[in-house]
Design a protein. Structure first.
Length: 122
């Protein structure tokens, strides 16, 4: 049934966006953690070529640059700053918010279509 497939696809996308948003939230939460390297969500086409799924959480692409270390007098050593970019995190969160809203609307629309179909058959 088309409405059922629509709900399944939209629900899968909601799940994928939630998982991706959790990765971004983890990165933003660690913005003040010295040496933290952000991870990135990688999405892929869902099963049988339909929908979307979280394919992988990619590890940091690069090692911290010791040249960017900030001297910490109490530790008598350098502190490597977090690699989290708040601007990138904000954009990822806004993108996830819009994708989530669009898929939630798709679920509501499929639900309304199914309700109309049941009303017609009754």
């Amino acid at each position: 049934m088309i409405s059922s497939n629509s709900m399944t696809l939209a629900a899968g996308a909601l799940k994928a966006q939630s998982q991706g948003l959790a990765v971004t939230a983890h990165n933003v939460a660690n913005v003040s953690t010295g040496g933290f390297r952000p991870r990135h969500a990688a999405y892929a086409t869902g099963p049988e070529g339909f929908g979307v799924r979280l394919n992988a959480v990619l590890p940091p692409a690069e090692a911290p640059d010791p040249a960017q270390a900030v001297y910490d007098a109490t530790a008598n050593a350098g502190l490597v700053p977090s690699g989290t970019d708040l601007a990138v995190g904000a954009v990822e969160m806004i993108s996830a918010q819009h994708a989530y809203a669009a898929n939630a609307q798709a679920v509501r629309t499929a639900d309304a279509m199914l309700g109309t179909l049941l009303d017609i058959r009754a």
